[in-house]
Design a protein around this ligand. Sequence first.
Ligand code: ATP
Ligand code: MG
Length: 461
Amino acid sequence: MTSTARLSRLSTPFRNVPGRYLARRASSTSQNPKKETSVAHHHRSPTHHHHVSYSETDDAVPWLAKQPLHRLSLADLVKHGRPPLNAEALLSSARFTLSLLPIRLAHRIQALRNLPYIVVSNPNIRKIYNNYQHSLSTLLPWQGRTISNLEDEIRFTEVLAELVNTHTDTIPILARGFLECRKYISPAEVTRFLDHHLRARIGTRLVAEQHIALHYSSSPHFDPSSSPTPCPENPGYIGVIDTALRPASTVDSCGTFVADICELNYGVRPEWTIKGSPETTFAFVPMHLEYIITELLKNAFRATVENGQSKSPVEITIAPEPPSSAVTTTPPVITLSPPSVSLGAFNKDHIQPLDDNAPGVTIRIRDRGGGISPEVLPHIWSYSFTTFSESEDDPPGAWSDDALSVISAASSGGSSIAGLGYGLPLSRAYAEYFGGGIAVQSLHGWGTDVYLRLKGVGRIE
Ligand SMILES: Nc1ncnc2c1ncn2[C@@H]1O[C@H](COP(=O)(O)OP(=O)(O)OP(=O)(O)O)[C@@H](O)[C@H]1O
Ligand SMILES: [Mg+2]
């Protein structure tokens, strides 16, 4: 594992990157499909905004970035049917995925180009920029052709796996880049950029990972050992969505992981208890829940230990919403329609919940870590704001060099409990993606309650 990959275990929810499973195959058959000039509607512009050596995909970006983003819905993710997909449904999923990704990548490239030149020139930001350019260049040859046979579909899935892999370590690299640029760009501007960028990234990865997961659980390519989701033996999964996800199990597995980090950092293992309705299940994306719970537990455990309360267990309450809280008495049902190539209305970048009445779950994480002081509270949702300080003498605060040393420590194999200042804002981005949210209630001097509300994706039939 590379050093950044190690760090990314803490910073991204994609610890089980499907790409890893595909990478083996990708190396054997990585030839591109027959090259075709795809987006032929435009010409290379003679002048560039920045003195950046854009690659051959250069000319495609402005045109693609002008295309509106598809308003992705959860229904889109499940509309190709319940695994195992037959060949036709799988091809339709591939075509749908291809219809979305180049536009999404181009929008990100354009946003990176719009950053101040001195920021885009930073080697770390540049690396992310180049990753996007590269990924777009691997997709462009597919545009203007139809994925109509399984051979194409396999090659396309390999491209997706490489894409997912390429962008795995984005967060620590961007974090380092923006820290190094902190003289040239304000925290507010960074937060604005990252909020948009990282939310868009959630959707892009989801679209790619959904097809990869469907690929391995389809009848033509069924390979349980390669599948990132235990499909189709476990009928609860539709691609990366677990229709019977049990948050209590996620809390326990993430709790063990975070307690390990605490033991490394502080020499103590905080404890936790689960209250409420631990038996609750709902339909959600497990990778997203794992990310959020890990970040919230890191914060709660750190505060508990630093406040000298290691003996007070962190209390997690799982509260399912009553099924008939809405006007309708029957729970929402999603009917999986036969494959359709409709692209819907193109206008927004958020995934909509399948149904506003989909029963959700609220998870409260209560710690006795002393709460959050009034001076700190206004900053907790800003990217890069942290009170974590490695050395006792440094006054803690935002934008310190400590974060750089945390990144370096993590790169050399350590695990960090805090320090990037990305945990809360990024968790909120994940929670809001499907219409949920996070609220923090601090009792300064006592502890903190964090309410994580997640909307289920509805009942899927
Ligand atoms: N449960 C909590 N108790 C006390 N303070 C908290 C709690 N959760 C968050 N905070 C405060 O909010 C700040 C920001 O939290 P956030 O999770 O975004 O970043 P971080 O924990 O410092 O770094 P990262 O999560 O990226 O490793 C923390 O540095 C801490 O001061
Ligand atoms: Mg944190």
